[in-house]
Design a protein around this ligand. Sequence first.
Ligand SMILES: Nc1ncnc2c1ncn2[C@@H]1O[C@H](COP(=O)(O)OP(=O)(O)OP(=O)(O)O)[C@@H](O)[C@H]1O
Length: 496
Amino acid sequence: MDRLLVVDDDPLIHTLLQNTFTRPKYALTSVVSAEEGLESFRAESPDAVLLDVRLPDMSGLEAIERFTEIDATVPIIVITANGESDSAIEAMKLGAYDYLVKPLDLKHVGQLISSALNMRHLMAVTVSLGENPVDDQQQGEALIGNSATMREVYKSIGRVAPRAVTVLLRGESGTGKELVARAIYQHSQRAHRPFMAINCAAIPENLLESELFGHEKGAFTSADRLRIGKFEQCNGGTLFLDEVGDMPLPLQSKILRVLQEQRFQRVGGNETIATDVRIIAATHRDLERLVAEETFRADLYYRLNVVSIVLPPLRDRIEDLGPLVDHLVRRFGRELDSEVTKIAPDVLEMLANYPWPGNIRELQSALKQAIIQASGSILMVDHLPETIREPDEDHRSSTRDRRQRDDDELHWSQFLAENLEQGTTSLYADSIEHLERFLIRRVLEHTGGHQSHASEILGITRSSLRNKIRNLGIQIDQVVRAGEECDDVISSMAAD
Ligand SMILES: Nc1ncnc2c1ncn2[C@@H]1O[C@H](COP(=O)(O)OP(=O)(O)OP(=O)(O)O)[C@@H](O)[C@H]1O
């Protein structure tokens, strides 16, 4: 149940909202003054606040400051009268989540409350690491998995979270990048400030710029009022830029400037605005390739890639499948009110043979479908979706294809053709270097960037691996640095 606090001296607003946001989904508390609102805020820790800017005992702006002093992670939606857009903007500069104009449009109110609650959920629901929760009723979310690569991920989270550095999360879709971003935020010194997320691939280019940086009134045809963007609103907090590889080039320059100078201008504005936002970026894209194709700025890539964490695909940490399945079956069993409590042994075997291109998100969906199909307490192979039981040729050959793709990464034919064409006299040495770069990148990917583990697999010393990484100009080594080496990098970044 989500707890909403409404602070407004207008009884009609209370009646309207009380009739709309009802139990069991919402618990709504209504008060008529700022002081009462503050008291209830302290006592009941609501998930979102609707706050009138005109209150009898305190200005709306002062009230926002007082609320955020108590807890800046609770979204505040400001209610204004028509013609009070200036106070609404000031409120947003102070960190209000958004604003509504009276008379209230209930559909809009509902949308705004739902997105504010989503944001609150990202901040407030704790992400624990490497847990295999036995307590079915436990609140919060967990990054499940104790494989070596996931343990490296947890260590990296612990190392980067408290430092004032930008972090790049890499990994296929559904591998848990958003969960990791939240874990970093929750373990950071900014945990008591806002966390906001924006999916750069989901918003059209022109809107994305406004969403991030805001716009001045009249900046473009539909800009009928000034808008505060996420960089201004999230001041002091953490901004999660999901799918950063999909960000259009012009915006990449603006992001680079914020990263370098912590300054930006609203769209259509001249004023330079200072902000203090920690960025956590994520992508499933091959940024190196995008840089080579000139669709991603190399300078932004270097700036983002200093500290990065690679989330391994599920098929490369199949030892985590058992605990994940246990966790998800318990969770969905509970949510779907199902009797299923166990899984037949051949189910796990079948799941382990599937390549999971959609990773954990796909596993969740497959298990949910299976639980819906199941009638007794045991989940059987027949309950699994057909795509898992009888993967088509694409999926069956996925492992083979993956190997093939990796081999393709070497681009042997192209590499040889180009070199022969150029009349090279160092083909042997160049080919070995080409192969070495591929090999080391591949192994580092496998170990989640862990160099000691990679040197063990390669059968070379750690210092030899380090030299090769340096000489070959491999960036992937920044994935997760082992031990004190990582700390050195992070400390120097922190000082940056
Ligand atoms: N290690 C994990 N343990 C438990 N659940 C996980 C784990 N990793 C991911 N999940 C769950 O899988 C789903 C997808 O995770 P998430 O959204 O973090 O992935 P993502 O890498 O950000 O995906 P995308 O690139 O598509 O945005 C979420 O519901 C998340 O809670």
